[in-house]
Design a protein around this ligand. Structure first.
Ligand code: NAP
Length: 322
């Protein structure tokens, strides 16, 4: 289906509206006068998301439980799909969250196909396909496939770590560098990564909505700088005015041991941290910059993205935000 361009009377649904990306997307869309509906699991958590004077509806629902979807999708032009199920205290129970995410996406697509929905915009993860891909990144890619398989036209954006206060991967970076002047790390510190500022992710998400030509396409999005993880940690320390970190690479350190160690040093729930750590072995760098042909943004430097993120933390350096 070729989607029609968004009209002022059209409404856009955000699933995952309470999340790190979803809650920041709301004011950006309000600035563009987009009428919104939010699907939330817990209605009590919707109140802080509402913007005074904006046209925002709220529907209670749960994608895994298949609840509230028909109501949420009624009359919707585009859905932002910003959901994932990682969390809690688990130990590499990858299949558990992957299965939940698969079920959520399938339930969503069944309801979407039965509705008049025109477009889905999904933010997933960078990372090549292949046998070595971590369960987390494999699961993100699987969701992209499911969301692209239905009647609505899907736009898939793929990004590496997003730099922004409250983002799980960014918070892991922050806690580790803020708290540890000396780190013993496994080989993955040499893997390359192309981080992106949350402001830039939001600009691409909004830009895709306002550019119907992006429908039916997949784009890699990233900042202007590519680092190894060790370089990114040193750069973070430099931006924050911290002393250079001593990073000692130990080839025998397994992802499992690194994960236990992150549990000790950071407050990130293990159900989020462990799958992310497992994914650190996979290079997450944009294959191309085709997105620039459609959505023009001024990219935020890594330095500015860290400074902004840090200024938005309410709990000071290395104190629990989770
Ligand atoms: N954060 C990053 O650095 C990063 C990097 C690359 C890509 N991404 C992608 O960006 C997207 C959003 O990530 P995020 O960091 O914003 O995640 P997040 O903060 O963990 O938010 C996840 C959202 O999904 C919702 N959700 C979970 N299970 C649900 C269910 N069964 N039914 C309805 N809603 C459900 C959560 O609702 P509750 O509040 O009720 O739990 C929450 O709003 C994901 O696809 C992720 O892969 C993120």
């Amino acid at each position: 289906m070729t989607p029609h361009a968004l009209n002022p009377s059209d409404r856009v649904l955000i699933v995952g509206a309470t999340g790190f990306v979803g809650r920041r997307l709301i004011p950006e869309l309000v600035k563009k006068n987009v009428k919104l509906r939010l699907l939330v699991r817990d209605l009590a958590r919707a109140a802080p998301l509402l913007v005074k004077g904006a046209d925002i509806e709220v529907v209670q629902g749960d994608l895994v439980a298949n609840a509230g979807l028909a109501e949420a999708l009624r009359g919707i032009h585009t859905v932002y799909y910003l959901v994932h199920s990682m969390g809690g205290k688990t130990l590499f129970k990858n299949e558990e969250y992957a299965e939940k995410d698969r079920q959520a996406a399938k339930n969503f697509m069944a309801a979407a196909d039965a509705s008049s929905l025109q477009r889905v915009i999904y933010l997933g993860g960078l990372g090549e396909t292949g046998d070595d891909l971590s369960e987390h990144l494999r699961s993100r890619a699987e969701i992209a496939k499911i969301l692209s398989s239905g009647k609505p036209s899907a736009t898939v954006l793929r990004s590496a770590v997003i730099i922004g206060a409250g983002g799980a991967s960014y918070e892991m970076l922050r806690y580790l560098v803020e708290r540890l002047p000396i780190m013993i790390t496994p080989k993955w510190v040499e893997t390359r990564i192309q981080p992106i500022a949350i402001q830039d992710v939001l600009a691409y998400l909004v830009g895709c909505l306002l550019t119907p030509e992006t429908a039916g396409q997949e784009f890699d999005i990233g900042g202007d700088e590519i680092f190894t993880y060790v370089e990114m940690m040193q750069k973070y320390a430099e931006v924050r005015g911290l002393a250079k970190r001593f990073i000692i690479r130990v080839p025998v350190l397994t992802p499992m041991l690194s994960a236990y160690w992150v549990d000790l040093v950071t407050p990130i729930p293990s159900g989020i941290a462990h799958p992310l750590i497992e994914g650190l072995r996979n290079e997450v760098v944009c294959k191309d910059n085709r997105i620039d042909q459609y959505v023009h943004i001024t990219k935020t430097s890594f330095k500015d993205s860290v400074l902004t993120a840090f200024s938005e933390e309410t709990d000071g350096p290395g104190v629990t935000g989770f």
